[in-house]
Design a protein around this ligand. Structure first.
Ligand code: LLP
Length: 385
């Protein structure tokens, strides 16, 4: 359970992100423990969830690979100590410059999302005289039962190649001397809290792998993406997702041979719970029917509530008063700058510090400077900075 060092917080300008590095390290150990029995399981951290240097460094030190979606993320991952051969480069819109950078850096895999992208990678590989190792991203048409903004595996999605259109693209890759076709890549969505979509994904992978094996094409690498969800309601009760259960699903349902590796791209489940956004109450405004707590963090600092109607647990760290309900809003000139209505917290006064929990994933990375607001900084539980 995250302990907040209130004395230390008092002297700091708000808002800021606070990272519980002990929780991050315990989470990384839990992933390693759950995968250690099977050398074929490789976990690549999805850098988009949190690209903060200290976080990346801790994850690289724990031996994870990285899943990057831009040249910028590849540079951040390399600088934080991830090995180039453990980096996968995904994304629907890779630029020529980014592809060239990936090839020159010697990254382990390009997750290719369309036929035109494959053609461009071939051309650039030929020009540089470097073979690109490639996985083709297939859209498996599986409903992940999550928010529609973060569902990606359904039919006719901007992501990946429709499974009905895959065969000629596989042939094109196999024929090219500049492409080493290693495998297939899937990702069905994010914040998935039930096992069923992952089981369906395993069935889909099994049938595709079998079908291609019959045609003499053997994939040595299967990437099942990320998506494991976290508990936003009770972060202290469930600070570490059940990685044992998650990896067991793939151990039990994926029928792969000993020479095939299974890659995971987990983001949220690794970093969400270790991060909190700490903000100060500026004003408590009494309305006719409700009370507003106006705080100094806005959607520029944490966009998830405004963008996805996401609910994060909010706690008043400064008050032990009776619980009251507030609409907790930020200072940005937009009605959507709200962290939620009827939020129960201990009675709020001006100056109180609030913790918006489970903000370690897609918090700092999605922040922006709208309304001329500076980017929030970060502090860590195990250092003085
Ligand atoms: N692999 C691919 C291809 C992805 O698109 C994503 C996330 C991941 C892996 C990592 O998924 P995770 O394990 O973190 O669920 N900003 C949204 C989430 C967007 C997810 C985008 N893709 C949010 O705040 O909920």
């Amino acid at each position: 359970m995250t302990q907040f060092p209130l004395e230390r917080f008092k002297g700091l300008d708000t808002p800021f992100y606070y990272y519980d590095m002990d929780l991050l390290k315990a989470t990384l150990r839990a992933v390693c423990d759950a995968t250690s029995g099977d050398g074929r399981f490789k976990v690549h951290y999805a850098v988009k969830a949190n690209a903060n240097y200290e976080i990346l460094k801790a994850i690289a030190e724990a031996g994870f690979g990285a899943d990057c979606v831009s040249g910028g993320e590849i540079q951040l991952a390399l600088a934080a100590g991830f090995k180039a051969e453990d980096i996968m480069f995904a994304g629907v819109g890779k630029t020529d410059v980014e592809i060239e950078m990936g090839l020159n850096a010697g990254i382990g895999m390009f997750n290719v999302e369309s036929e035109p992208e494959l053609e461009v990678i071939m051309q650039i590989s030929e020009r540089l005289g470097k073979v690109a190792t490639v996985a083709l991203r297939v859209n498996p048409d599986i409903d992940a039962h999550t928010h529609h903004y973060i569902t990606t595996g359904l039919d006719e999605n901007k992501f990946g190649i429709d499974h009905r259109l895959l065969a000629p693209i596989v042939n094109r890759a196999v024929e090219s001397p500049w492409i080493d076709l290693a495998g297939l890549h899937f990702h069905i969505g994010s914040q998935i809290t039930i096992g069923e979509p992952f089981v369906l994904l395993c069935y889909r992978v099994n049938s595709m792998v079998k079908e291609y094996a019959k045609r003499g094409i053997n994939f040595r690498s299967i990437n099942v993406g990320g998506g494991l969800g976290v508990d936003y309601e009770n972060p202290d009760a469930n600070p570490i997702p059940d990685f044992g259960e998650y990896f067991d699903l793939f151990k039990n349902y994926l029928k792969l041979s000993q020479n095939q590796t299974i890659h995971f791209e987990l983001g949220r489940s690794i970093v969400a719970e270790c991060g909190s956004l700490i903000s100060r109450v500026l004003y408590v405004k009494e309305g006719v029917n409700k009370k507003f707590a106006i705080i100094d963090a806005g959607f520029n600092d944490l966009i998830r509530p405004a963008f996805y109607q996401a609910q994060h647990l909010i706690q008043n760290l400064s008050s032990y008063g009776p619980t009251r309900e507030y609409e907790i809003v930020g200072p940005i000139c937009e009605t959507s700058d709200s962290f939620g209505c009827n939020i129960p917290i201990a009675e709020a006064r001006r100056g109180d510090l609030l913790a918006i929990r489970s903000a370690g994933a897609y918090g700092q990375t999605m922040s922006m400077t709208y309304n001329g607001r500076p980017l929030a900084g970060a502090y860590y539980s195990d250092s003085a900075n």
